[in-house]
Design a protein around this ligand. Structure first.
Ligand code: PLP
Length: 392
């Protein structure tokens, strides 16, 4: 056999390896608190599950249009209008099996040898993996702690050249919890007018997850870039639906038919019952989303305070998503060594910052999608571990 060389350039998402190892240790009878994987610890709200069951019982089990059933795409469009005042045609919306799929499509549409793609570092590891797969050169946009992990418009713009085909943005951000505020986004959009051929992928999967009353500014609010903006969002995080595999992309006119063709060539359409669940999520009561966010907010404050009490650790207050990204350089430990020792020896799963890019060195990612009680127990295990072991 001779598979293509590009396969050797595909990366991975270490959060899944950590989850597998944590599960293995649990099966051996070890007590493991999982602050590794990025998924809500809540159940999908019951009315959403019911909608899927009803859809199946009612006979909605055949293929649908490749982009998703019309009522679902209309509901996404209505949601974008309600939240961001953006008028989007359902024809430009493609419902896909999970948030990642829009990323895969956008990066493969623009990446090829000789081109450059800008992506956040530290950032979601699949960006770099996919860029390398296409043969394009990945150009990291530094996401800095001193900037509260927001991206900088000036720094981003300074990295664009004639080879740059795609700019990937992510706010609220994984793994840092950073949120880029409106003024900075407006500055970026204004600067992008000097680069009219550059496509933009805005990953807004954590759009509904901001704290302290901070609004989420979506790139879809800027009409001047609409004809080259791909918006990524989905159901995984907001409605605790990671395993349903439901995401969507809003595509510009010039690309939407290519996106639809990729769907037709690969998965035909998203699981029909899941689409009806997604419809119920958008159109149904939002009180459980509000309750989840209130719980995340409380945990966010607890984990930040406790992390800052650890010797050698400092942690910015995350303003979005459900991750804390403490700086651990003062402990003397290397990030990956600490993450591995905490899992194997202290029973706490976290992810080493370097799994999110070279600028993640010196940090750990802790997901606070776990109970307050477990978070407190986990941090006290970390504290005991750090006081009993010298850095490796
Ligand atoms: N984008 C970011 C920034 C993420 O953190 C994740 C999941 O962790 C995704 C996209 C993918 O979401 P999904 O599970 O819906 O594919």
């Amino acid at each position: 056999m001779q598979p293509v060389a590009a396969l050797d350039r595909l990366g991975d998402e270490n959060a899944f390896a950590v989850l597998a190892r944590a599960t293995e240790l649990q099966q051996q009878g070890r007590s493991i608190i999982n602050l590794g994987i990025g998924q809500p610890d809540f159940r999908t709200p019951e009315h959403i599950v019911e909608a899927a069951v009803e859809a199946l019982r009612g006979g909605a089990h055949g293929y649908t249009q490749a982009g998703g059933v019309l009522p679902l795409r209309e509901a996404v469009a209505a949601d974008l209008f309600a939240r961001h005042g953006a008028s989007v045609s359902p024809d430009n919306i493609l419902v896909v099996p999970g948030g990642k799929v829009t990323m895969f499509m956008a990066i493969t549409m623009f990446g090829e040898p000789g081109t450059e793609i800008l992506y956040p570092d530290p950032g979601f590891p699949i960006y770099r993996s996919m860029i390398e797969y296409t043969g394009a050169t990945p150009i990291p946009v530094p996401i800095r702690e001193e900037n509260d992990f927001a991206f900088s418009a000036d720094e981003t713009l300074s990295l664009i050249n004639e080879r740059t085909r795609l700019l990937i943005l992510n706010s609220p951000a994984n793994p840092t919890g950073g949120v880029t505020q409106r003024d900075e986004i407006t500055k970026l959009v204004n600067g992008l007018e000097n680069h009219p051929n550059l496509a933009i992928l805005s990953d807004e999967i954590y759009a509904r997850m901001t704290y302290e009353g901070l609004p989420h500014t979506s790139l879809i609010e800027y009409p001047q870039i609409r004809e080259r903006l791909i918006l990524l969002n989905g159901w995984s995080k907001t409605w605790a639906m990671t395993g349903w595999r439901m995401g969507y992309g809003v595509w510009p006119d010039a690309l939407v038919d290519y996106a639809r063709k990729i769907a037709v060539n690969c998965w035909s359409c998203v699981n029909t019952a899941a689409q009806y669940a997604g419809l119920a999520a958008l159109n149904g009561p939002q009180d459980e989303v509000d309750a989840m966010m209130a719980a995340f907010d409380e945990r966010r404050q607890v984990i930040t305070e406790l992390l800052n009490q650890l010797p050698g650790v400092t942690c910015r207050t995350p303003l979005g998503a459900f991750y804390a990204f403490p700086n651990i350089t003062g402990t003397g430990w290397k990030s990956k060594a600490l993450a591995s020792a905490l899992l194997e020896e202290a029973g706490v799963a976290t992810i080493g910052g370097p799994d999110f890019g070279v600028l993640g060195d010196g940090y750990l990612r802790l997901s606070y999608a776990n109970s307050t009680q477990n978070i407190k127990e986990a941090i006290s295990r970390v504290e005991a571990f750090l006081s009993e072991h010298s850095p490796r």
